[in-house]
Design a protein around this ligand. Structure first.
Ligand SMILES: Nc1ncnc2c1ncn2[C@@H]1O[C@H](COP(=O)(O)OP(=O)(O)OP(=O)(O)O)[C@@H](O)[C@H]1O
Length: 118
C-alpha cells in the first residue's frame, strides 16, 4: 500500500449560489481539482411551506451543492478554512464541511498510486 496518511477528502455541503466563490477560493488555496454534485438535504434549516392548486405542501429537503475535494500536499485545514470563508452568510442553511481520510488514490491514465495520484 502506498503512503496515503496525509490524503484527505474535504466534503462540503453548501448553498448553490456560493459555488462560484467556493471554486475561486479553492483554486487560491492550491486545491483546484474538485467534484460537484447537486444534492438535496436536511439540517437545522426549517422546512418551507408552499401551496399548489389549493393544496398545502412542505419542502423539508433543501437544494444544496456537494463539493468533494481530495488533497495530499495542500493541508485539509487550509481547504476547510477557504470553503467556510467563501460559503458563509451567517443564515441558517449555510451548510457543513466534513474531512474524511482517503485510503488509496489511483490515477487512471498513468496508474500512479497514493499522493502522486492526487
Ligand atoms: N449531519 C449531517 N449529515 C449529513 N448531511 C448534513 C448534516 N448536517 C447538514 N447536512 C447537509 O448540509 C445541508 C445544510 O445544513 P444546514 O446548514 O441546515 O445545517 P445546520 O448546521 O444544521 O444548520 P445551520 O446552518 O442553521 O447551522 C443540509 O441540507 C444537509 O444536506
Amino acid at each position: 500500500m502506498s503512503d496515503t496518511d496525509s490524503i484527505k477528502m474535504v466534503m462540503a455541503i453548501i448553498r448553490p449560489d456560493k459555488l462560484a466563490s467556493v471554486k475561486s477560493a479553492l483554486a487560491e488555496a492550491g486545491a483546484p481539482s474538485l467534484t460537484v454534485t447537486n444534492v438535496s438535504g436536511r439540517g437545522s434549516q426549517p422546512a418551507k411551506k408552499g401551496q399548489w392548486r389549493g393544496e398545502e405542501y412542505t419542502v423539508d429537503l433543501h437544494q444544496k451543492v456537494k463539493v468533494e475535494c481530495v488533497v495530499a500536499d495542500t493541508p485539509a485545514d487550509d481547504v476547510v478554512d477557504a470553503i467556510v470563508d467563501a460559503a458563509h452568510t451567517g443564515e441558517k442553511g449555510d451548510g457543513k464541511v466534513f474531512v474524511i481520510p482517503v485510503e488509496e488514490a489511483v490515477q487512471v491514465r498513468t496508474g500512479k498510486e497514493g499522493k502522486p495520484a492526487v
